[in-house]
Design a protein around this ligand. Structure first.
Ligand code: HEM
Ligand code: SF4
Ligand code: SF4
Length: 510
């Protein structure tokens, strides 16, 4: 195995990878729900929005009519309104589950650090927005649970020194509730928050190039069906109507949205605010907490840059700008790296037409490369390494995929920061010049850098520049995306790939 940069993963990250590996086996990598947690959260919001619009048609926006209209909807038309109501609730709960998993996954994969701090930090307010969305939703039913939520949230707000008139005064008795307050909450839930959520998600994704905002269709259909079944088996019901002259008993709490209120009962309003603020503060500073490591960013080597712009098109982080030529050569543009946005994934090296092991120049350079992992390093791994070319199969892995340490003498493995860094001509070079019988590319399932897997496939399929030359026999190339923990699957894949390779090639080399 070559490319032995340190790769230490904390146990929680290894556990995450093992769980995801199991799910990938069950669902297949392309449908693994863990790969679409942000997109699933958006999808569940859509379901909540559409079902919410249906509910609103029958809803009466005042304290007198709210409970009765929801009851009528739930029971008189259970086959439509009832299902819609349950769907609205369960889709909202599902959004919290996927949101929490999304946060945990990005954190464990270290995707909150470096230039990704922007998506992380802009995600944090979304947690609060979603929480307020859910809480105001529970007000709308105006049942005993709504009464509990209203009284508790008023107490929580009163703890802050911002209101001259305490909000709790609104809920002393039935007569004291201001109808305007109810209308205001309904307006916030129905109009204000949906707009804020859309704007906040747009801002959150502002720096994510080609974000996946829709899960694949089978996942959409499957999760919608699961929610419909849940709605039929366990339909959502209201509590008895709110009665401010009595204290509600035995409430079924929705722990996804309302957990702060029982916490408030066993501690105090101050403790809830303190915990909320501390947690928010901690999340906000996470990207800069140790261990902060930052690899050296990509550098442009102007003598090799023709200003084609492929690197700028491929960089998943939008870290490359094409700017007017500065060296007097007869090209219009040159690439320029924005050091604040570059995460040193190396994908731009794979995009650059000048990244080629066929070139005789020493030292071998490319138009754009990582200072500590450039074309010379790749050359060293493939051309100068005496082991290279002696085994039939070359395995190209990445820093985030399967461990290549298990490879036997029949395979030579090299590990890149991302497989998207592999210039396609390297495959041609490995097969023709180094006389490998086959090349297996096995980057991480759900690319850590989001687009490296996609670009690699497209370059091999000649759908993206620079593409793999037509003359390269595709049956001698195999691509398999695997997670760390799926090493046994790599072994099977290798065995199966080796058996498919033309025998004369293998014999010729052995
Ligand atoms: C309503 C809530 C949220 C939604 C709908 C959402 C949605 C998304 C989507 C669709 C992506 C792009 C995924 C991809 O294309 O690979 C994403 C990325 C990300 N999100 Fe969220 N997100 C939400 C909340 C959060 C929160 C609360 C955090 C963290 C505190 C967070 C952190 C991130 C990070 C770090 C990325 C990765 C950016 C990158 O790869 O450069 N998100 N989110
Ligand atoms: S190394 Fe990655 S992030 Fe940096 S410029 Fe190249 S493609 Fe963009
Ligand atoms: S891909 Fe290479 S040649 Fe093209 S603009 Fe980028 S650095 Fe220059």
């Amino acid at each position: 195995m070559n490319g032995a940069r340190p790769r230490s993963w904390l146990p929680p990250r290894r556990w995450l990878s093992s769980i995801e590996a199991l799910l990938s086996q069950g669902f297949g990598g392309r449908l693994n729900p863990m790969h679409y947690l942000g997109a699933l959260t958006i999808y569940f919001f859509w379901i909540a929005l559409v079902s919410g619009i249906y509910l609103f048609i029958f809803y009466r926006t005042n304290m007198e009519g709210a409970w009765a209209s929801v009851e009528a909807l739930t029971h008189n038309q259970w086959w439509a309104g009832g299902i819609m109501r349950s769907l609205h609730r369960y889709a909202s709960d599902a959004a919290v589950i996927t949101l929490l998993l999304h946060i945990g996954r990005e954190l464990l994969r270290g995707r909150h650090r470096g230039p990704r701090w922007f998506s992380w930090v802009t995600g944090v307010p979304l947690i609060w927005i979603v929480l307020v969305f859910g809480i105001t939703g529970y007000w709308m039913v105006w049942d005993e649970l709504a009464q509990y939520v209203a009284v508790s949230s008023a107490r929580l707000m009163d703890w802050l020194p911002i209101f001259t008139d305490p909000m709790s005064r609104n809920f002393v008795s039935e007569e004291s509730v201001s109808p305007r307050l109810f209308t205001l909450i309904a307006f916030i839930h129905l109009v204000g928050l949906p707009i804020v959520v859309v704007l906040a998600i747009w801002f959150h994704l502002l720096r994510v190039r080609l974000p996946r905002i829709n899960p694949p269709r089978p996942l959409m259909i499957g999760s919608l069906l699961a929610l419909v079944v849940l709605s039929l088996v366990l339909p959502a019901h209201s509590h008895p109507p709110a009665n401010l002259d009595a204290v509600p008993q035995l409430l079924a709490i929705d722990w996804f949205y309302l957990a702060i209120f029982p916490l408030m009962s066993v501690t105090s309003e101050g403790v809830v605010w303190l915990l909320g603020t501390a947690l928010t503060g901690l999340l906000l500073v996470m990207p800069w907490l140790p261990p902060a490591r930052r690899a050296e960013v990509a550098r442009v080597h102007l003598p090799d840059c023709t200003g084609c712009g492929f690197c700028a098109e491929d960089c998943p982080y939008g870290a490359i700008d094409m700017v007017p030529r500065s060296d007097g050569r007869n090209f219009e543009l040159e690439a320029k790296v924005n050091a604040d946005l570059c995460v040193a994934c190396g994908i731009c090296t794979g995009s650059c037409p000048s990244s080629s092991l066929f070139r005789a120049r020493r030292p071998l350079t490319s138009g754009i490369e990582l200072p500590d992992f450039g074309m010379e390093t790749l050359r060293g791994m493939l051309v100068d390494d005496p082991v290279s070319g002696r085994s039939p199969i070359l395995v190209v892995g990445c820093d985030h995929g399967v461990a290549l340490e298990m490879l036997g003498p029949e395979q030579h493995g090299i590990r890149l920061p991302c497989v998207g860094m592999l210039p396609p001509s390297t495959i041609d070079f490995a097969l023709r010049k180094l006389e490998y019988s086959g090349v297996l590319i096995s980057g991480c399932d759900d690319c850590h850098h989001r687009l490296g897997d996609c670009w690699t496939e497209q370059r091999i399929a000649r759908q993206r520049q620079p593409d793999l030359r037509r003359r390269v026999p595709r049956e001698r190339i195999h691509v398999r995306w695997l997670k760390r923990g799926q090493e046994p699957m790599l072994e099977n894949t290798l065995r199966e790939f080796a058996s498919r390779l033309p025998q004369d090639q293998q014999e010729g080399e052995s």
